[in-house]
Design a protein around this ligand. Structure first.
Ligand code: OGA
Ligand code: MN
Length: 253
């Protein structure tokens, strides 16, 4: 058992885990880590540099792994998503999103390891969607409670509740995002846009966020069921490489 501690990173979201080597995790550590993760929504682990097999093993502790519907994996490890700088114009993560929310059962958790970081920039932002829901007025909460929204990309489409209940914590989170959410069920794209934009804007306001500045060997994990994230591409064509292990999720309710 490792005597790790978690230090809070911002008012709304995120914690950095100290004195934990993920390669040596035992079951007690894992159980404590889960409790911290449900609470903080995003956990940062510095100086891990996990070999790919151990990255995969760590992911499997949380459940079955998810394979991305269109993006390629690392050679020999199709379940490890490779994110490599392909130039600013091809960035698809530079938008507030929750991973692959266009799937019927979108991934629950994403575990990203930095293999190579650019000399500056390339940070990732995270925003608490518990906070996003919590800060809405009672009137707007009641109005969006029954709504469902269509999420689409990569040639697939799924309809999810606008508010989802986290299966571990029972807390409600806003579940719409800029990357995938297209319109509210039963409404046109044009009719949906003002409210959708408002919700994503509220859900990404600075007070609800934290920001991680990467060094090679860092691991950051987030819970797609209650977090949106945004990859800042301010590093031009400089190298940046990340590996992502992703955990399969359940149908949002
Ligand atoms: C992701 C993603 C963020 C980043 O891995 O899902 O959006 O900073 N990446 O690379
Ligand atoms: Mn993402």
């Amino acid at each position: 058992m490792q005597k790790f501690t978690v230090e809070k990173l911002s008012g709304a979201i995120g914690g950095v885990v100290h004195d934990l080597d993920l390669a040596l995790l035992d079951d007690d550590d894992f159980n404590r880590l889960c409790d911290a993760f449900w609470q903080y929504q995003v956990l940062v682990f510095k100086r891990q540099a996990l070999p790919i097999d151990q990255h995969i093993e760590f992911g499997k502790r949380f459940g079955r792994l998810h394979t991305h519907p269109s993006s390629a994996g690392v050679d020999g490890h199709p379940e490890v998503l490779l994110l490599r700088n392909r130039g600013k114009s091809k960035t698809i993560t530079e938008v507030w999103h929750s991973d692959v929310s266009c799937e019927e059962q979108p991934p629950s958790i994403s575990i990203l390891q930095c293999i190579e970081s650019p000399p500056y920039g390339g940070d990732t932002l995270f925003a608490s969607q518990y906070g996003a829901f919590g800060e809405l007025s009672d009137g707007l909460k009641a109005m969006i409670e029954p709504l469902r929204a269509v999420h689409a990309n990569f040639g697939m489409e799924a309809t999810h509740p606008v508010l989802r209940t986290h299966p571990e914590t029972g807390r409600k989170a806003l579940y719409v995002n800029k990357g995938f959410t297209k319109y509210f069920e039963g409404m046109s794209v044009e009719e949906s846009r003002p409210l959708l934009n408002y919700l994503v804007e509220q859900g990404s306001k600075p007070d609800l966020t934290m920001r991680h500045s990467w060094e090679a060997g860092d691991i950051v994990m987030w819970d797609n069921r209650c977090v949106m994230h945004y990859a800042v591409h301010d590093y031009g064509d400089m190298p940046r490489e990340m590996h992502r292990v992703t955990i399969a999720g359940e149908r949002p309710i």
